[in-house]
Design a binder for this molecule. Structure first.
Ligand code: VGL
Ligand code: ZN
Length: 240
């Protein structure tokens, strides 16, 4: 074959490669975000009933800015919202003689008792990230008899609409962050993985109730193969 023919072929191959970026040839799995329970009652910023340490205005701005940036990149944003009736089982006030943060046994389950928080329709239950950013906000914990740290299902095994929504949207990977690392972020990330999604938890966009339970939660998630990143790193998320 003549060199000139080879040269022209090389140019054609180069042109084809340039017009089909490799990112299109190796189509990316669809990524979505779940912002977990960023609600007034869980924040110091709003002097919430169950304020998690370090959830000040600076943290809220960091979470909001990161979420806006992800949305601008075309990533769909979902949220969860703790949404309890006043007679909810997790409220210490509904167990005479018991105090917040005590743990009790109910039907063989351990239930941590909490200050009354995220009561349906109350100010403290509001999601503090611009609600217009969300494709959907999934409410959880409405059944008075069961707590629901996970955005996917409650302690009685009743599923929320989360998995159906995500499967219908073709989502394969989830970026999860919010409050609290040691409870609802952990439970949501763990259930997401159990439901077949690849999961990354962003530590720098999450805060925990207590240092010991937070460290343990991070260890448990890592041991399950959940990716932990200090901050959003799209190169690492695309490669996972
Ligand atoms: C949560 C305790 C009680 C959470 C919700 O969002 O992590 N924690 N309810
Ligand atoms: Zn709750």
């Amino acid at each position: 074959m003549r060199w000139s023919v080879l040269f022209i072929k090389a140019i054609i191959v180069t042109l084809i490669c340039c017009s089909f970026p490799l990112s299109l040839v190796f189509a990316q799995e669809k990524v979505a975000v779940i912002v977990v329970d960023v609600q007034g009652d869980f924040t110091t910023a709003k002097k919430g009933a169950l304020a998690v340490p370090d959830t000040d205005d600076k943290f809220l701005k960091k979470v909001s800015d990161a979420t806006v940036k992800l949305k601008k990149q075309g990533i769909v944003i979902y949220g969860t919202q703790d949404w309890h009736p006043a007679d909810h089982i997790s409220f210490a006030a509904n167990h005479p003689g018991k105090k917040p943060f005590e743990a009790i046994q109910i039907d063989g389950r351990t239930q941590v008792l909490w200050p009354t928080h995220c009561v349906q329709g109350k100010e403290g239950a509001k999601v503090l990230v611009d609600n217009n950013l969300f494709q959907a906000i999934v409410k959880k914990g409405q059944n008075p008899k069961f707590d629901s740290y996970s955005g996917f299902q409650d302690d009685g095994g009743a599923k929320t609409e989360m998995d159906n929504i995500l499967k219908a949207a073709g989502v394969k990977k989830l970026i999860i962050y919010g409050i609290a690392t040691d409870y609802c972020v952990k439970a949501t990330a763990t259930d997401a993985q159990a439901n077949g999604y690849k999961v990354v938890v962003i530590e720098g966009l999450s805060k925990g109730v207590a240092p010991d339970t937070t460290a343990k939660a991070l260890e448990e998630m890592k041991a399950k193969g959940i990716l932990l990143l200090k901050e959003i790193d799209m190169a690492k998320i695309k490669a996972m």
